[in-house]
Write a protein that binds this ligand. Structure first.
Ligand code: XIL
Length: 372
């Protein structure tokens, strides 16, 4: 987790003091959410399509049963991504047991609302059930990889248009060759598990767009270079890879390395790969409670991130990791969340549009008019 500099810390201390003087204290009672007047504008998916791309969001199957949310989702999104239903943990609760019902229902919702559906994710070190962790080794690895990918991609052939085939295979801190993550997949099959996964996915659905997905390309450090190195190796080996996903879990308080992000986009373009922004949201757990302040800083970060990318390359899709703050995964990972609402996504807890919504909208409008 990035450290906040001393200067920055002093700034926030002053802001927090100002906030407390202004009476913006913690939220014991239900917070009063600010109102922003963007409701009359078309949905983000409509604006994105007019700019020749797509906007969508991740969703969990149980959230579909909430009518107000389902209609807000249909109004804003032209792409749906199961947050959990297509992970090993969501699909395969026990050895020999497949649970396709949630993903099937999300697929049906997508078809009903003429949305594209992305599959997330076929191979990941996390959300990997205990039984699979115990079963995966050098002898079983090839069979487990083939069985999973062939079964899942085959089932959704022609219905899931794009897959995160491998997620987060890079982790330079593990001191493995080429910055690869020291995962059970790497130990079982060696680094070639990545290209094997892409080949298996392509064989199961030759029409699907196949993406490598990871985080941290927008920050300084070793991740961006290691991700680019993996992409180059995949391309050199002729792996059927079509795009790279930048997860974009931004921080309101943590600077984007603009030069590194620009370089990353240029390299992706030079490799002939598509760029997808796959999990956009904004962490602000180290900011004071004032919602309007957090909305403002979060939206400014999203705007800076999107403007940096759009100046270099047109993303295939912009996807946020959730549509409403009410269901953001950050609430589970933010120690302050119990006292205060998350401010991270395009809709607030009552499905009203937020400054993050406006930041995405404005960037799409600029893209439409070719002003990037
Ligand atoms: C997250 C989910 O949103 C959480 O509900 C779950 O507890 C952990 O995984 N990068 C990814 C996503 O690729 O799959 C993760 O989703 C968030 C980080």
């Amino acid at each position: 987790m990035p450290r906040v500099s001393r200067r920055r810390f002093l700034q926030y201390t002053a802001m927090a003091a100002a906030a407390s003087i202004l009476g913006c204290t913690g939220y014991a009672e239900q917070p009063v959410l600010p109102h922003y007047d963007f409701e009359s504008l078309p949905g983000l998916g409509v604006t994105a399509r007019r700019a020749g791309m797509d906007y969508g969001a991740a969703i969990r199957y149980p959230q579909l049963s909430e009518e107000a949310y389902a209609s807000a989702f249909a109004k804003e999104c032209s792409v749906i991504v199961p947050e959990h239903a297509l992970k090993w943990e969501g699909l395969r609760p026990a050895a020999g047991v497949w649970n396709f019902q949630p993903a099937d229902a999300l697929c049906e919702f997508a078809q009903m609302h003429h949305m594209k559906m992305r599959g997330h994710t076929l191979v990941w070190y996390f959300a990997f059930p205990k039984w699979a962790q115990q079963a995966l080794d050098k002898d079983s690895g090839a069979r487990m990889l083939e069985e999973h990918i062939t079964t899942v991609v085959g089932r959704y052939r022609g219905r899931v248009s794009s897959w995160d085939v491998v997620n987060e295979a890079i982790h330079p801190e593990d001191n493995q060759a080429d910055g690869m993550r020291d995962s059970l997949w790497l130990r079982a099959l060696g680094p070639s598990y990545v290209e094997r996964a892409f080949s298996l996915a392509h064989a199961a659905d030759p029409s699907a767009e196949l993406v490598y997905n990871d985080y941290g390309a927008e920050f300084s450090g070793k991740r961006a270079d290691a991700i680019l190195g993996l992409l180059r190796r995949l391309k050199d080996k002729g792996a059927p890879i079509h795009g790279v996903g930048i997860q974009a879990h931004l921080w309101a308080t943590h600077a984007i390395d603009v030069k590194k992000l620009q370089m990353f986009c240029k390299e992706v373009k030079q490799m002939g790969l598509k760029l997808l922004i796959t999990e956009l949201d904004v962490k602000d757990s180290d900011l004071p409670d004032d919602i309007a302040l957090r909305d403002r800083l979060g939206a400014a970060r999203v705007r800076q991130f999107l403007e940096t990318i759009l100046a270099e390359i047109k993303p295939q899709q912009i996807l946020t990791w959730g549509l409403t703050n009410k269901y953001s995964w950050l609430a589970m990972h933010d120690q302050n969340a119990s006292e205060r609402p998350v401010c991270s996504l395009p809709l607030d807890q009552t499905y009203q549009r937020t400054p993050v919504w406006k930041a995405i909208h404005d960037c799409l409008i600029k893209l439409q008019s070719g002003l990037n």
